[in-house]
Design a protein. Structure first.
Length: 277
């Protein structure tokens, strides 16, 4: 039996087991996908003994993504650029390798749900300067030539991120975010604002062109206030669940040898779990 896991602290909130166990059943694979709650002080020891724990690889969630990158023998371009890893695997010689599939997940979902997002887009606006923003900036820079505005409540964090990704990223004061939307063909909320239990995202979409796509990485609730407001204006909208589903594809293929599909049935399976929370 092939076994993989998700490692986090805490880890009970993770939806990854729902996704991977669904695929294991759908494809008739003799495998297992577990949750491993590992505190930060024990993370390196656990990962260095991944094979002894019976795992061929793992997903990594908060707060371990940066540590996972440091522990890997090799890492792909995305993980290095983003500065964090969310997918680990062991090769035949037991060496640890790392990837970051968050950018892949976001961009694949964006292309599927709003395929016209990059047609004549003047600029893109990304809200937030955390780990998710790093992945989204990397994905957007690889996929399009447009300028990217970056707004964060703490400007210094946004400036640090802009330096990391170069001149394509322009920092906008948080107080100027609404006006800056006027030239944007894409708006992305990469913050936790609007998530269940969090403060709402305070933004006025009046200046945003009506054909601009609006994406939110939050998936609980599935329809955030941002997406509801955007849809009422007629903007194409992209929820955060698709990113979660698509980012899981490369890891599953790496561990279990089958490239899985993100289907409406899988989406419905995960949505059902959100509705019972």
């Amino acid at each position: 039996m092939v076994r993989a896991c998700v490692i986090g602290w805490p880890v009970e909130h993770s939806r990854s087991p729902l996704i991977h166990r669904y695929w294991l059943e759908q494809y008739g694979i003799d495998g297992a996908y577990e949750k491993e709650a590992v505190p930060p002080d024990d993370f390196a020891q656990f990962v260095n003994a991944l094979a002894e724990h019976g795992y061929v690889g793992a997903n990594v969630t908060l707060p371990h993504k940066e540590a996972a990158l440091r522990l890997a023998r090799t890492a792909d371009e995305a993980a290095i650029a983003i500065g964090a890893a969310n997918t680990l695997w062991l090769d035949a010689d037991g060496r640890l390798h790392a990837s970051n599939t968050d950018a892949y997940g976001f961009m694949t979902n964006l292309d599927a749900e709003a395929p016209q997002w990059n047609e004549g887009v003047g600029a893109a606006m990304v809200l937030g300067a955390g780990g998710a923003a790093r992945a989204i900036l990397y994905g957007l820079i690889k996929a399009a030539d447009a300028k990217i505005f970056l707004a964060n409540r703490t400007r210094a964090r946004a400036e640090s991120l802009a330096r990391r990704f170069g001149p394509r990223v322009e920092v906008v004061d948080w107080e100027a975010r609404n006006e800056a939307l006027a030239t944007c063909g894409l708006l992305v909320n990469s913050t936790s604002l609007g998530m269940t239990g969090q403060a709402p995202l305070d933004i006025d979409l009046a200046a945003l062109p009506q054909d601009a796509a609006v994406a939110d990485i939050v998936y609980n609730p599935l329809l955030t206030p941002l997406l509801v407001t955007a849809a009422k204006r007629g903007n194409p909208t992209v929820d955060g669940l698709g990113m979660l589903l698509h980012q899981a594809v490369p890891g599953f293929e790496r561990w279990f040898g089958v490239r899985p599909e993100v289907t409406p049935a899988l989406r419905a399976h995960v949505v059902a779990s959100l509705e019972t929370d």
